[in-house]
Design a protein. Sequence first.
Length: 369
Amino acid sequence: MDNFIVSARKYRPASFDTVVGQLAITSTLRNAILNHQLAQAYLFTGPRGVGKTTCARIFAKTINCMNLQPHAEPCNECESCKAFNAGRSLNIHELDAASNNSVDDIRGLVDQVRILPQIGKYSVYIIDEVHMLSTSAFNAFLKTLEEPPAHAIFILATTEKHKILPTILSRCQIYDFNRMKMGDTVEHLKYISAKEGITAEEAALDVIAQKADGAMRDALSIFDQVVSFCGKNLTYEKVIENLNVLDYDYYFRLTDLCYQGKVADTLLLFNEILEKGFDGGNLVSGLGKHFRDVLVSRDPATVQLLEVSAGIKARYAKQAQECSVDFLYEALKVVEQCEIQYKVRVEKRLCVELALIKLCQINELKKKI
């Protein structure tokens, strides 16, 4: 039986061209390499799973390439590139600051920095989760970071820039990585599906991208999970079943029933949702997001804020024309109050039911005023 490699590792970008969703950063790093304007220290910051460590590795590989290609891409044929691809490069050192956060660990790193690279021009030190270093470790690192040897380059990566000392920040070039756009995530999942011989509905990939919340690594982990469940054919129904995601259809139906003031039908539908194993709190927060999406669908200028497939977007546009703006504003207020109360109420089901009854009464109360 062949060893399975998770998609996040199997399809990890190996060049700047293959990095998804970070064009501004990869272009800047390429230009710095081509113009020989390399800083002594870089700080890569941004949410989890968006390519910080990947870009650091590609950058380290590229600046040590002995036969640099046009557009600052590594050749993958020289000894330095082969060593990196095989995982035996002595020029690239990765340190996990979460488990090596003491002064002694940093002193060991400072001593190591003095050693010249064996192959290539630079020794690159990638320090992941750098915000986990202690204050004394940061202070021990300051002088080396400010004036390292000519052959040493530091790349610090973190998800929490605000925890890093200002004296460290002032010594680094700072690159802020973006959250992945939903469109970029879906396109990348389509590419991987094609490579793996998997047929996937676009609506199913949309659900995976939404669940990942802007993190490509999370999206690929979820993709592997649903492939294990669905096999070679990913359908929308199977994906929402596996990920325990409430179908869009329930939100559309709930909104229609509330707008029409049908209290009994609304409570019965809520009971049906609970019987499927969904949490009332998740329903309320999802309903709030649904009302927001309906609201932005009313204006052609804001419809681009919707991160859903074309078919779902059409349903939002249809419901936006059916619901009044006043109803949507009041509905958002009711849902917000329910979310606040839900956390402290003992009778959580009753809390949601009361909120749904209030939603059903919005139009009726408007008529009496």
